[in-house]
Write a protein that binds this ligand. Sequence first.
Ligand code: HGY
Ligand code: MN
Ligand code: MN
Length: 399
Amino acid sequence: MLTWDRLQTLGGISDEPARLKRVFASPGMRTAAAQLFEWMRAARLTVTTDDWGNLFARTPHPDSMPLLVIGSHFDTVPGAGKYDGALGILAAIGALETLSQDEIKHLPFAVEIAAFSDEEGTRFHTTYLGSRAAAGGIEPADLARRDSSGTTLASLIPEKSRQPSPRYTKGKLLAYWEAHIEQGPVLEKLNLPLGIVTAIAGQTRAKIRFTGRAAHAGTCPMDMRHDALAGAAEFVLAAESLARETPDLVATVGCLDIAAPASNVVPAATDLTLDLRHPNDSTRSQSIATLQSTAESIAKKRGLTHAWETVQENSAVACDPAQSRILEAAVAANQKEVPRLSSGAGHDAVAMSKVAPVAMLFVRCRGGVSHHPDEYASPADVAACVETLAEGIRRLARQ
Ligand code: HGY
Ligand code: MN
Ligand code: MN
């Protein structure tokens, strides 16, 4: 199955030999972009790129035609699977290759595939850089962000494009569609290949620093310590228990760094990241407020100081009912039952929802595993996704 084979090829393009990792503006991303460019050209699409590493591949229709954008991202987390993001781009190419040239010629709208360059935020810990550059929403604070080597985002973007004028503006697009692996277990449990997304959970990403005082591990009595790591550890467990006791809340501390770590020194400072999500925005902000005061009291009790930086906030996004119905009907053409499910994962549809009605198609993935090399979608399910996107385009054209 051509699209599935291309997923294997793209999945072999990485910044590191031993695992799949492609981060914003890396050599691996450039190689992957060149490969996508080639497939897009072979599908007879007009391909353009921007200074943010995005690719846009458009059917040959006049600029004045209404526009359907179908896309996803081709960056990855470290140690990623081959399907997260890439599936949405390659299935869109496959869908346009499924339609005949005559069908494409007679579409009452243009179709553009958007391959976004940074959804995960792995390098700069702020998400949707690619889709925000295309749809608007890049902030000066984004440009000032530094990666682990101290490189600023701004230094990677030519001056003229640092405040990009959005390619997509409200009212210009018919819709934005995104196909994505579910990254969860629901479709597999239902034994169904495809589902329709109802909404995308809101998320808050923060960086929290606890600062205490370095001391000799052998001579400093326990009751005289200001141990920043012990404080951070207490916070990690507090975040976990809040999420365990709050329905639908998830909280993750994915990074925890000790400044100047040494086995015989009481840690003086620690940086941790918090990723907190909930389908309901007020529950999410309430949970953040609770954890901010928890951090406050931990610091006070332990004689630490702490700093809380909210790196990014994204409200929950509801998928557009009309567009979702079109995709649902396309799924139903080949699948007896069409489940609807919400997404705990973020997607470029969040950034694109600012300028267009969005709809998402979920594809079953084995064991619900994602952000892991064991991530897997079968050739048959990928084929069903390609066919459904093609059928969705046909149905949209008949609206
Ligand atoms: O983290 C997420 O939700 C997505 O995989 N970027
Ligand atoms: Mn992801
Ligand atoms: Mn993704």
